[in-house]
Design a protein around this ligand. Structure first.
Ligand code: KIV
Length: 277
């Protein structure tokens, strides 16, 4: 089976079919996401928070992103694989962006890369597109700018902010991005962007009008029940399931109930007890 291409994704907008994107960072979860038939898997730099336990995404390196993207690549048979360009891997110049994106394409199995920022990132996006590298844009709440935004805050709530989000999305689409993630923006702003740009919008905390939706895989699976932002819907409570399962295992080990005979091996030939030399 071949992987979903950039053209397939763009056609979905034309055909009015929603695009389903999730994040994954490892082989096991990526395989399950692929089996569930998602359209796109994003190896997000959110792995800094989800996998590494950092408080933001800023410290994530290119080496870490390439490593995790390779793990996910081995799992996917169907979904399109895109990978996040980490902080400071593309901000210096369009040439730096090209070198970083080129590394993803050569070493990781990614079919496209995602980078944050609107008007200011347009030259970098244009350079990658010119070199034949498909780009996903990302505007609105851009986590790599957490300190500029004063936290992970919804963007575009006032008129000037909403205008900025729209201008950013237009600039990114104009630069050649084949789709645009809209994160943390009011739903009417997302609806306006979705109507005005020719490429698909993928929303997270951006309301129902986007051409697709993305959620962090561990959020939608409820693997951290103490983390419940407004934009997340949990489709499972795996935190409870996993903790209960590991509790049951620990209890059985402690009372000697595991392993049983069915989990143990027998010899092929009888054992003669005695000296072995
Ligand atoms: O890093 C990430 O997981 C993301 C998504 C939330 C869009 O950028």
């Amino acid at each position: 089976m071949s992987r979903i291409s950039v053209l397939d994704l763009q056609k979905k907008k034309a055909d009015n079919q929603k695009i389903v994107m999730v994040t994954a960072y490892d082989f096991t979860l990526a395989r399950l996401m692929d089996m569930a038939g998602v359209d796109m898997v994003l190896v997000g730099d959110s792995l800094g928070m989800v996998v590494q336990g950092q408080s933001d995404t800023l410290s994530v390196t290119m080496d870490e992103m390439v490593y995790h993207t390779r793990c996910v690549h081995r799992a996917l048979q169907h979904a399109h694989l895109t990978a996040d360009m980490p902080f400071m891997s593309y901000q210096l110049s369009p040439e730096q962006a090209l070198a970083s994106a080129g590394r993803f394409m050569k070493e990781s199995g990614a079919q496209s890369v995602k980078l944050e920022g609107g008007e200011r990132s347009a030259p970098a996006i244009a350079r990658l597109v010119e070199a034949g590298i498909p780009v996903v844009g990302h505007v609105g709440l851009t986590p790599q700018s957490v300190h500029t935004m004063g936290g992970f805050k919804v963007q575009g709530r006032d008129t000037a902010g909403a205008d900025r989000v729209v201008r950013d999305a237009l600039a990114v689409a104009e630069a050649g991005a084949f789709c645009v993630v809209l994160e943390g923006v009011p739903m009417d702003v997302a609806a306006e962007v979705t109507a005005r740009i020719p490429v698909p919008t993928i929303g997270i905390g951006a309301g129902p009008s986007c051409d697709g939706q993305v959620l962090v895989g561990t959020d939608l699976l409820g693997m951290n029940l103490s983390f419940q932002p407004k934009f997340v819907k949990r489709y499972a409570k795996l935190e409870e399931t996993i903790v209960n399962a590991v509790h049951a295992y620990a209890d059985e080990v402690r009372v000697g109930a595991f392993p049983e005979e069915e989990h143990s091996f027998t010899r092929k030939t009888p054992r003669t007890v005695g000296k072995i030399y």
